[in-house]
Design a protein around this ligand. Structure first.
Ligand code: F6R
Length: 240
């Protein structure tokens, strides 16, 4: 992977947003892979001021993952987060931005439909990624196959604790999710993984320099010909 060390989150956001704005200018039908969580927020924030005069009406987007067993209207469903942080502020067409369907009706057949929708859109041009403290990308928790497709996974205790900050109580954090697989992520044309802070340093080092291992799903990025890792000094601190 190409490693870019930036002074802070704002610099990371500006760098990645500049790149995305360039893609959208060159190709109004760009297909973006969208991450949720805290990490990509500076990118979405920085994009707001960079889209003047850019036609975003045909941009397509696919979220990485969604909780299972949460009302899609819940403010912390990833559908709601993507609507609030990406679709509305950037003026994207909500019908062209998809999130995996985590409802009981959705989870049974939805994985393959989601894969098909990504294929039909021509594949993802740029996939934004964060990384979990346990090394997950998307919600591919340790033990995920490198060839995996969109499917239901069980969240680890560590991930549920990490994400409890978005909910009133840890008991409210869903137990399951539906996530693009590592195989899905690896088919995107460009991966941009962001990570900030000391808490991500071990996961970043494992992903970039560790052995390829299903125990550290982020290490799958080593199989990708074009992966860019944008980190602050703290997240880079365990890289050799
Ligand atoms: C979110 C996702 C996760 C997060 C990861 C880091 O769509 O797929 O892999 O990127 O859990 O979360 P934050 O950014 O909140 O530290």
């Amino acid at each position: 992977a190409e490693i870019v060390i930036v002074p802070d989150k704002a610099a990371a956001g500006a760098l990645v947003a500049d790149h995305i704005a360039g893609l959208l200018r060159a190709n109004p039908e760009t297909v973006l892979g969208l991450a949720t969580g805290s990490t990509p927020l500076p990118v979405y924030e920085a994009l707001r001021s960079r889209l003047e005069g850019v036609d975003v009406s045909r941009v397509r987007g696919f979220a990485l993952d969604e909780y299972v067993g949460i009302d899609p209207a819940h403010p912390e469903s990833y559908r709601s987060v993507i609507t609030r942080e990406v679709v509305e502020p950037l003026g994207l067409d909500p019908s062209r931005i998809r999130t995996p369907d985590g409802t009981p009706a959705g989870i049974e057949h939805h994985g393959e439909e989601y894969e098909e929708a990504i294929r039909a859109a021509g594949g993802i041009d740029l996939q934004i990624l964060g990384i979990g403290t346990d090394g997950h990308i998307g919600f591919n928790e340790p033990g995920s196959s490198f060839a995996s497709h969109t499917r239901v996974k069980t969240l680890t205790e560590q991930t549920r604790r990490d994400n409890a900050r978005f909910f009133d109580r840890i008991e409210d954090v869903p137990m399951h999710c539906i996530t693009q697989g590592l195989g899905t992520i690896l088919r995107a044309r460009h991966l941009v993984l962001l990570a900030f802070g000391e808490g991500k340093a071990a996961a970043v080092a494992g992903a970039v320099e560790g052995p390829l291992s299903a125990s550290l799903p982020g290490s799958a990025i080593q199989l990708h010909p074009r992966a860019t890792v944008v980190v602050d000094e703290a997240a880079a601190s365990q890289l050799t």
